[in-house]
Design a protein around this ligand. Structure first.
Ligand SMILES: [Zn+2]
Length: 206
């Protein structure tokens, strides 16, 4: 089975040691695999699906070790595409390209919020000034911007796997903060207001 090996950082034809399918409505098939090159154990999952009433299975994806993070549907597509590209570059050990893609994701966040400044530096500052990111995230953003500039321009700087991994982690943190946490907080506040209102109505009735 073709799968990305986290250790070889390449697609390998892994040997299937065993598999199991659960009984759920949309079943999940779990595979225990062995990398033929580095002998690592890998676990992959494939999900049952239906296309025109025909049963199909999704392409197996590694879930252990180091699974790829999945981004929710609330993330704007342009941000999602950049992150997915960055993940692919990481899996292929293309660290410069991965870092450049993280920079693209940040630019996409600025564009989503329609910052006046088209440059990443100015865009990030606007996000901070408008309260969309805090001081710490702004500093991270500035670090990402520096790394992105090194990666995107023909300089002789090299980017290590650890640096590229940190850049990806920071990018996820900024995405979580800007899109997911802000939204969860708004939903929480809305529920709170609703609860208070129904309490008030109940008290005025009695
Ligand atoms: Zn391997």
């Amino acid at each position: 089975m073709l799968i990305e090996c986290h250790d070889c950082k390449a697609k390998v034809d892994a040997e299937i040691i065993g598999h199991h399918t659960d009984n759920d409505f949309f079943a999940v098939k779990t595979f225990l695999l062995k990398c033929p090159s580095c002998n690592s154990s890998l676990i992959a999952e494939s999900h049952e699906d239906y296309k025109e009433n025909e049963q199909t299975w999704t392409k197996p994806v590694r879930v252990y070790p180091k699974p790829q993070r999945s981004l929710g549907k609330d993330i704007p597509p342009i941000v999602k595409i950049s992150i997915e590209e960055a993940e692919k570059c990481m899996q292929a050990a293309a660290y410069l390209a991965a870092t450049a893609m993280c920079g693209r994701a940040l630019e996409a966040i600025c564009r989503h919020y329609k910052t006046k400044d088209n440059y990443l530096g100015g865009g990030l500052k606007e996000l901070k000034d408008n309260g969309l990111i805090d001081q710490r995230l702004y500093q991270w953003g500035e670090e990402l911007r520096d790394q992105r500039n090194n990666a995107a321009h023909a300089t002789d700087t090299d980017i290590s796997s650890q640096d590229a991994n940190d850049v990806l982690t920071f990018t996820y943190a900024i995405i979580d903060y800007v899109f997911l946490l802000a939204q969860k907080f708004e939903q929480y506040q809305a529920r709170k207001v609703k609860r208070l209102k129904s309490k008030e109505t109940a008290t005025t009735k009695t």
